[in-house]
Design a protein around this ligand. Structure first.
Ligand SMILES: Nc1ncnc2c1ncn2[C@@H]1O[C@H](COP(=O)(O)OP(=O)(O)O)[C@@H](O)[C@H]1O
Ligand SMILES: [Mg+2]
Length: 510
């Protein structure tokens, strides 16, 4: 029997009807409709900015709708704050966890209990409940462990336990798989199935089609704040859902055999320190050949960001070598590396790749203003510069009102396309692409993927660093896995499969 705490009501049917939510300059939800029954997983699918989180925050009492109605078991209801939603039986697992790192699991779960506020907490009682719920739903965590000691996947389990302990019968999961390894994703899905079997209703938010197809009973697609449609999952397809999400068909990539070109980038016994002086890249050896994409998979925080920065010459190398086409470039800066044929698409694009206050055109020339092509003596050739910038904007389909628009006014996808355009227009022979599509919409993602593949086919050696395993598996010719600052395995794409890569990503290997 499920433990039922006193405060929460039971939800058999929840409806959101014609919800409108306006923010300054953007209508995040425009007459959105959605409903979910007990024992059902309803997925909400949509690109970045489609309005998914905004819709869910209204259901959880964080925002109030401007128009429309929320009904629970047929009765209209208004939530002024999350506590109202919690009392009504709603729980939310946020994209970013809201746990106190220095406290234990039990303390964090107890903190959520409104009834215990101001009263001394009986942690033993809470711990017992956690153990019971953990067993019932397959959520392995240790009640006495401190949050900071837990993996991201474990922290998510604590969030779910917190919601269950509050008696939530409808649980909202906002992009819950974004931070998980494939094994953690399948554990999560197993938990979700148990929750549904117990009669919970789940709202599962994602932009990953295969997850939605795997886990949901129905799916609603949002685009630009509008409900495009709702389908029974058994009655739709990947292609139909993509079309609903982006408003058109997308082409799929073709694969080809592993490249066998010369060595483009050779990294030997590389060591790099992190921001706090700790060693974070701990002896990496890798070779990327011309005409291949080598993907580096790994869970965030295993040294991939620092590795990319070190390769770009933006972070000191403490030991080892970086060789590009036979030239040792270990101790030179980004500009020297660029001259040797390297281009870099950084993870932190607004910090390392672009300046938001500068115009689109200025950003095109952020690195190339000294190029002789655009100078005559000491003078810049503005006419040529404008022509070059507008050609790139056109060729890479960057949506911008003018070349003089400040870059920060563009969407994430368009900023990334501009960086890609700038970096590729130098015709690099080695390209480091770090999280190239993070936070980018599906249309721009497809464009970026296509461009990377074309670049590879032109003979560029590409090192693709991504925390999105699907991206790696769809682009890379070989996959290396980074864990705790070391490469723990490398496999050809032809034989790569998510399960074994996932084990490596979790640090489980022979
Ligand atoms: N608090 C806010 N203030 C202003 N605009 C917001 C706020 N939250 C979201 N938006 C805007 O509303 C739109 C929908 O955002 P969001 O609901 O977060 O989308 P999703 O979760 O589907 O990625 C976006 O254009 C976003 O910039
Ligand atoms: Mg969101």
């Amino acid at each position: 029997m499920a433990y039922t705490p006193p405060i929460a009501a039971r939800i058999d049917h929840m409806e959101m009807v014609d919800i409108v939510k306006q923010f300054p300059g953007v209508r995040a939800n425009d007459h959105v409709c959605l409903d979910v029954h007990a024992g059902e997983v309803h997925a909400i699918l949509g690109e970045n900015g489609a309005g998914k989180s905004t819709l869910m925050r209204q259901l959880y009492g964080m925002y109030q709708p401007d128009e429309g109605e929320i009904r629970i078991n047929g009765e209209p209801i208004a939530f002024r704050k999350p506590l109202d939603a919690i009392r009504a039986g709603i729980g939310m697992i946020h994209q970013h966890f809201m746990l106190v790192p220095t406290m234990t699991v039990a303390q964090n779960v107890a903190l959520g209990q409104p009834s215990t506020r101001g009263v001394r907490l009986d942690l033993d009682v809470v711990s017992e409940r956690i153990v019971r719920l953990s067993e019932e739903y397959g959520l392995a965590v240790e009640p006495d462990a401190a949050i900071w000691q837990l993996s991201v996947g474990e922290q998510q389990r604590v969030e779910i336990l917190k919601a269950l302990d509050l008696g939530a019968s409808l649980i909202i999961l906002d992009e819950p798989t974004a931070v998980l390894t494939p094994q953690e994703v399948s554990d999560l899905f197993a938990t979700l199935k148990r929750m549904v079997a117990e009669g919970h209703s789940l709202l599962f938010i994602s932009h990953k089609l295969h997850e939605v197809l795997e886990v949901s009973d129905r799916v609603t697609v949002l685009r630009d704040g509008v409900t495009v449609g709702t389908r029974p999952t058994n009655d739709t397809s990947r292609d139909e859902l993509v079309k609903m999400m982006v408003g058109r068909d997308l082409k799929r990539h073709e694969h080809r055999a592993v490249g066998c070109g010369d060595d483009g980038l050779t990294i030997s016994a590389l060591h790099v320190d992190g921001d706090r002086g700790e060693e974070i890249v701990r002896g990496v050896d890798l070779t990327v050949r011309c005409g291949e994409i080598l993907g580096i998979a790994g869970v965030s925080g295993n040294g991939q960001r620092e590795l990319a920065e070190a390769l770009a010459g933006m972070r000191p190398i403490t030991a080892g070598t970086v060789v590009i086409h036979g030239n040792d470039l270990t101790h030179v800066g980004l500009n020297e590396r660029v001259k040797a044929g390297l281009s870099f698409i950084p993870e932190e694009r607004m910090r390392d790749g672009a300046i938001g206050e500068f115009t689109v055109q200025e950003n095109v020339f952020l690195r190339d203003h000294e190029s002789p092509e655009f100078r005559r003596g000491p003078f810049l050739r503005f006419g040529d510069m404008a022509r070059h910038a507008s050609r790139l904007v056109e060729e890479y389909a960057v949506k911008t009102p003018t070349l003089d628009t400040p870059l920060k006014n563009l969407s994430g996808g368009n900023i990334q396309k501009l960086i890609l355009a700038r970096e590729l227009s130098r015709r690099p022979t080695v390209l480091i692409a770090a999280q190239p599509t993070r936070g980018v919409d599906i249309g721009a993602t497809e464009y970026i993927h296509k461009t990377l593949l074309e670049q590879r086919d032109d003979g560029t050696a590409i090192l693709l660093i991504s925390e999105d395993l699907d991206e790696i598996l769809s682009l890379a010719d070989r996959v290396a896995v980074i864990y705790n600052g070391r490469i723990v395995g490398t496999v050809d794409r032809a034989v790569a499969e998510p399960h074994s890569i996932g084990l490596l990503m979790a640090g489980i290997y022979e």
